[in-house]
Write a protein that binds this ligand. Structure first.
Ligand code: PEP
Ligand code: MN
Length: 274
């Protein structure tokens, strides 16, 4: 079977994420809450990310919730909270954009635009984001769709790159399988396969894959060994009170130790955890 069929891997290694999110011989960690709930909540979460030694904080202002009755995010107010807090701490922001209409506004407040699993095949959004970030320092974090093949995922990335957006990072976040002990099934082979098919960096989101915090650190170690270029994890200063995904959020004390826990594994792979 030729899985490369149809995939046009013309992205050159030397243009990959010149915005600095992914650097050679490093393992990038992005951490932060699922969603921005308030200034105080995000500030506490972002401060912990900084104290843990990381440079990129995540947080959702526009949330793709399965139910329309769940909290949908603070929207523009959430973006403003993130840029204010991250500016004070010297952190960069990763946040999801769901609607082409919001792209410019999100770019004003964040350096990395996340395209969520549920929007991986939203081709007009992919194209518009690619056009919007072309020539800028902004990057795109493209989650793998819940039921997308590696080929479909890479072709989705090529919608962004072919529209002019070079700084694309792929993110494996678990796929739907018959298994019920975890929220999704983390497909680490996809990380390796994607890296063989394209020069795009690939990171892993063990939080949404597992859906339970006790698996997040072990899966993070596995991600390092699977040649991933980094990690995106959810963390919260008070997981019990989180508006969403509290069960999978790392508490602050675990986040503070994460760099030290991962570094021996990263060293074995010739990488520094950043
Ligand atoms: C998220 O990272 O907040 C998120 C909603 O992830 P996914 O799109 O992978 O479900
Ligand atoms: Mn989440």
């Amino acid at each position: 079977m030729d899985i490369t069929q149809g995939v046009k891997t013309d992205v050159k290694t030397d243009v990959k994420t010149p915005n600095g999110m992914i650097r050679p011989n490093t393992f990038r960690v992005v951490a932060g809450p699922c969603t921005v709930e308030s200034y105080e909540q995000f500030a506490a979460g972002a401060k912990a990310v900084k104290e843990a030694g990381f440079e990129y904080v995540r947080g959702g202002a526009f949330k793709p919730r399965t139910s329309p009755y769940s909290f949908q995010g603070l929207g523009e107010e959430g973006l403003k909270i993130m840029s204010e807090v991250s500016g004070e701490l010297g952190l960069k922001v990763v946040t999801e954009v769901m609607d082409p209409y919001d792209i410019e506004m999100v770019m004003e407040h964040a350096q990395i635009l996340q395209i969520g699993a549920r929007n991986m095949a939203n081709f007009s959004l992919l194209r518009r984001v690619g056009e919007a970030i072309a020539g800028s320092d902004h990057g795109v974090l493209l989650k793998r769709g819940l039921s997308a093949t590696v080929e479909e995922w890479i072709l989705a990335a090529e919608y962004v790159t072919s529209a002019g957006g070079d700084n694309v990072v792929l993110c494996e976040r678990g796929i739907r399988t018959f298994e019920t002990s975890t929220r999704f099934t983390l497909d680490l082979s996809a990380v390796i396969v994607a890296k063989r098919l394209t020069d795009l960096p690939v990171i892993v989101d063990p939080s949404h894959a597992a859906g339970r915090r006790d698996l997040v650190v072990p899966l993070s170690k596995a991600a390092v060994a699977a040649e991933a270029d980094g990690l995106m994890v959810e963390s919260h200063h008070d997981p019990q009170e989180a508006f969403c995904d509290g069960e999978q959020a790392l508490p602050i004390e675990v986040l503070l130790g994460l760099k030290g826990v991962l570094q021996p594994f990263a060293s074995a792979m010739g990488r520094e955890v950043i």
